[in-house]
Write a protein that binds this ligand. Sequence first.
Ligand code: GRF
Length: 198
Amino acid sequence: MLTQIAVLVSGGGTNLQALINAERAGELTAGHIALVISSRQGAYALQRASSAGIETAVCADEAAINHALEEKSIDLVVLAGYMSILSPEFTARWPRRIVNIHPSLIPSFCGKGYYGLRVHQAALDYGVRVTGATVHYVNEIPDGGRIIAQKAVEILPGDTAETLQRRVMEQAEWQLLPAAVQSVCERIGEEKSSGRHI
Ligand code: GRF
């Protein structure tokens, strides 16, 4: 049985789109995107999910999220531009079953307050020459769980937070996330078929 994936979103959903495209292209063979949960009505990511024929839900709190995940027998939660920090109770319930993509090379420019364009502005303000993206497991520490995959992206003269955000997405996030999700799904699939929880 394929690893059943729920993607949690709040915004535009380009990383969700990358996952949908990967499943369509036969690059995400170990998992199936069974559900998209948005923290808010009207997120464009919901339209992307509907266009792809994926079931959607809008959940205002963690109790509603847990209910939706259990109803669809979800194995893996992918945070793709999800703008709320999950509680320690929630993350403890899903050990090594929640992954997040963050648009910097963790441990730089991450943690509380580093989201959206702020991450890229912080990298520019510091003057680093290389940034990138990180996929990691989610635990009780914001952006603090074990790293699964990283990809570096060059910062170019004249970059603004907006141009850098776009380049990090194009050159790192949209490839890194589907590949990392595939490998996590393979691991979960092996655990499920062997009856073990590694
Ligand atoms: C991405 O930069 C992601 O790394 C961060 O939030 C952004 C979401 O963009 N966590 P999108 O909604 O996937 O387009």
